[in-house]
Design a binder for this molecule. Sequence first.
Ligand SMILES: [Zn+2]
Ligand SMILES: [Zn+2]
Length: 195
Amino acid sequence: MEEIETSEISEIAVMKKNGLYKLGKCYIYYWDDEIWITIGPDWPFNVCMYILLLAILIGFLTVMAPKVGPSLQYSGFFIITTGLLSYACTALKNPGLVLQDYQEALEQGKISKDTSFCKRCQVVKTSNSEHCDDCDLCVEGLDHHCPVSGKCIAKGNILYFYLFLVTVFAFFIYFVVWIFAVARFRVSNQNHNNN
Ligand SMILES: [Zn+2]
Ligand SMILES: [Zn+2]
């Protein structure tokens, strides 16, 4: 690892304070040595997605659910709320921001041939961490930067992201099933009226 001027690296230690503040291009809520909430630079997408998902939930409860039986009502409600919650977790959870200060890493003996120093965010990162230009932060286990989620998809939120994708897919299947259920109900109602 290359020599680092110590004058460059005090910033991240100052950043590790309790409260809500901006780090790189993200907003974080830091408390008791832990990042509780991370909101990414593309947060307007988050607002749009929350509105869209809530609109789908309201649309389901008012239009779709009353037309089908209890089992389809519960399963549809379960899919949509799981989608909403998994999206919120993806958008709010810490994706794995690297906050390892150089001086601290040196004192704790965490510097090895597998670590490197990021000059942009002034942290010591491991080989599985990458710098995201959109967030302007180093992230551990980075998969990709997702504008729809507002930030990076990485080690800390990738399972919630996959769960959200599964619910989107499940909702499409549910929608097709719902259409068939409503059509069948109409046909049986017509037959009943004709008799
Ligand atoms: Zn970095
Ligand atoms: Zn990012």
